[in-house]
Design a protein around this ligand. Structure first.
Ligand code: OGA
Ligand code: ZN
Ligand code: ZN
Length: 430
């Protein structure tokens, strides 16, 4: 099954196996004109190089299409049934016996040059499909492609003047019935953090139907579906007809729900009742650029967020401590927290941090207010947005018996949305 050409470690580092056989291109015209040469060899004792080149490029281009893999990574990722459990797609290699100093003893390519075979110093043999290797190449461009096209689409930050351009609109029936429309909705949410679904039925189960089209509703203190309407003795600040200043929902949760779905069933006919939305990643960009000291304060000062109350007779006291702008190790924004009503009067930070934090926060609030896009949903509209990234609010409205506003909400989590997006992409091949 495999070519007899092998390389042993005793050979010099630049030794190459050149297995000159025709590589079957998927394009038949190409197949007639080109041959592809595959070579596999060990470099610097610890790396395996797999090179592919067309035979008409002379074969001397060292950098050609070379892929480079650490030996230990290849051994760890052997795909044989002993090392990998196919039906659960899980590694089963015995790590209690795993030798991280494992070495290549022989390496060869198969007849059709579609795989390479490695014999290891631990006496194990592994076969690696070339296509599988290509998808895991450590090359920075390939890794970036995987991260932005499959892991998570790269967010595009937007300002108020771009709001209409970035807010994609979908039809409820299309999202429910057509996988491609579902994919486009989820992509819009991932890239811009906002999308609107129109023409939904005026029924209370719309948010559930949308959530279950993706996965399932993320339950919170306020239940699975929650009703936003003006209520006497409101237990939540949003359940008033007051203006609702810009905020993220539930900053007082360690695992903050990721995406809000707000289904407008009845809209106030009075002035007001409009929604406001801001891309807080864009605000963070502006702060970083123009107010770097304030930006630093907002990324470093830990704020106490809280929510005290009861729902369905059950009392709760939620607290989570986290900065306004959260960063990962690469400096990417991972989460924005902002809510004037849900900020605790406990501020568990050193006293000298307090006044600088107020200065920085007031700049953030001011910039956010200036960048807030305002629009009014109509019955049947479902506003969906990223609660980790966008700030949202609502203008005040008159609430009377003849003039009510009735919105049904639910949350989704990004883990579930990204998973669905990957399934849809794998199914459609892009
Ligand atoms: C909320 C909220 C928006 C609206 O309930 O937290 O932001 O349109 N509601 O009422
Ligand atoms: Zn194996
Ligand atoms: Zn809200």
């Amino acid at each position: 099954m495999f070519s007899t050409v092998t390389l042993t470690l005793s050979l010099s580092i630049r030794s190459i196996i050149r297995a000159k056989r025709c590589f079957q291109h998927s394009n038949p015209v190409h197949a007639a004109m080109h041959k592809r040469l595959i070579s596999a060899f060990v470099q610097n004792d610890r790396y395996i190089i797999v090179r592919e080149e067309d035979d008409d490029d002379g074969g001397d281009d060292e950098n050609g299409n070379a892929m480079k893999f650490p030996d230990v990574w290849l051994r760890d990722n052997c795909r044989c049934p002993q090392c990998f459990h196919q039906s659960s797609q899980s590694r089963r290699i015995d790590w209690d016996k795993f030798d991280i100093k494992v070495k290549v003893q022989d390496i060869s390519t198969d007849k059709l040059e579609k795989s390479i075979k490695v014999k290891w110093s631990d006496q194990h043999s592994s076969t690696y499909d070339l296509e599988w290797l290509r998808e895991r190449d450590f090359n920075a461009t390939r890794r970036n492609k995987y991260l932005t096209e499959f892991y998570r689409p790269k967010p595009v930050h937007w300002q108020k003047s771009d709001f209409n351009k970035v807010t994609n609109v979908f039809k409820f029936d299309d999202v429910i019935n057509n996988d491609n429309e579902l994919k486009k909705w989820l992509e819009s949410l991932a890239v811009y953090g906002v999308a609107i679904i129109e023409e939904s039925p005026l029924q209370k189960d719309v948010v559930r139907r949308l959530a279950e089209r993706i996965g399932f509703i993320r339950k919170t203190t306020y239940g699975e579906e929650f009703i936003v309407q003006s209520k006497p003795g409101a237990k939540n600040y949003a359940y008033l007809s007051h203006p609702l200043p810009l905020h993220t929902d539930l900053p007082y949760y360690e695992y903050k729900p990721s995406v809000n779905i707000l289904h407008c069933m009845v809209q106030s006919v009075s002035k007001g009742g409009s929604n406001t939305l801001v891309d807080a990643f864009y605000i963070a960009d502006q702060m970083k650029l123009n107010y770097p000291n304030h930006f630093k304060v907002l990324t470093e000062t830990i704020v106490d967020w809280n929510d005290i109350g009861s729902e369905d007779g059950k009392s709760f006291h939620n607290i989570w401590r986290s900065p306004v702008i959260c960063l990962d190790k690469e400096g990417n924004y991972t989460r924005i927290n902002h809510s004037i009503p849900q900020r605790d009067s406990h501020f568990s930070t050193d006293i000298e941090n307090v006044i600088p934090w107020y200065e920085a926060y007031s700049k953030f609030v001011q910039l956010a207010r200036e960048e807030a896009a305002e629009f009014k949903t109509k019955p049947g509209d479902v506003l969906t947005f990223n609660n980790i990234r966008l700030l949202h609010g609502r203008t005040g409205y008159d609430d009377t018996e003849e003039n009510i506003r009735y919105v049904v909400g639910a949350y989704l989590d990004w883990d579930i949305i990204y998973s669905k997006l990957r399934i849809l992409k794998s199914k459609s091949g892009c």
